[in-house]
Write a protein of this length. Sequence first.
Length: 335
Amino acid sequence: MIKFFMMIILFPILFISPFIAISMNSWFTIWMILELNLLSFIPFIIFFNKYFKECSLKYFIIQASSSSIFIFFSIINSLMNFNMLNNKINYLIIIMLNLTILMKLGSAPFHSWFINLMNNLSWLNCFILASWQKIIPLMLLSFNFNKFIIIYSALLSSIISSILGNNHQALRMIMSFSSIINLSWMLIILMFSNKLLMLFFILYLLNNISLMMMFNYLNIFYINQMIMLKNNFKYYLMINFFSLANLPPFLGFIMKWSSIIILSMTLNHLLLLIFIMMSLMSFLFYTRIMLSLLLFYKFYNKINLIKFYKMNFKFIKILIYCSPLMLWLMNSWIF
């Protein structure tokens, strides 16, 4: 009965709240919707996780403390703008607002709570936390941001996640570091193109839901559990990881390629080179997963390449055939 109530009442609130926040102009109204979104997500943590007490308490403390700091400095910011006081104080207030939003996003150096929480959640909650809960904070950050804080956080996120992601065998840890890597690119894109940010986020959302729902269906949490999978599941996961690792001709490569084109015209080339190198380092832990899918299998199950070419996955066709369509959309809409 409680789960039925959650799916009927709380899930629509969780789903609709980002769209309502996007259409609002008042910071106070957006803050109220953000809190409503928080309260609608906590019951999902409680009823769909084994360690629900620790996870729900950690998430509530982090989000509530950052929200209280955010509303406090946003009120001071409105008073400063109204009275036309010292611009240096106003500049410091904007920095504090950016830091509180980055804490909500789980970006570095505030990433430890996000990784710890992702490692103890179910796959459904991991998907919501890694993607859907980032919409409102990213929108708030696009309204008023400090370039130094954004670049510093994005650079630190890409370096930390690409290095630490190679040290883990747990899929939830790997997906959490992958989320931080993609968040670093979103933060950089946010300063220059909101349209590209929206397309990048939609693609990341589709990759996340396809991977995490497949992990949930197969009930796997570690890389060594993939050894016993059937070949059709292995190929399906490989295609999704290829797209998440930004390899051509998949959609992930087209979005990363278009992001590099825009950032090469607006961002420092040395910083862009660092981001590209960190993205290549992050490809290593995707490669570890794909090698485990290819090289390790049951001793009585031989790899049959004929079945690989005869697969009838509609998802694979969509990923490949939609690449020219996405390229045309970006040329006509972004550039």
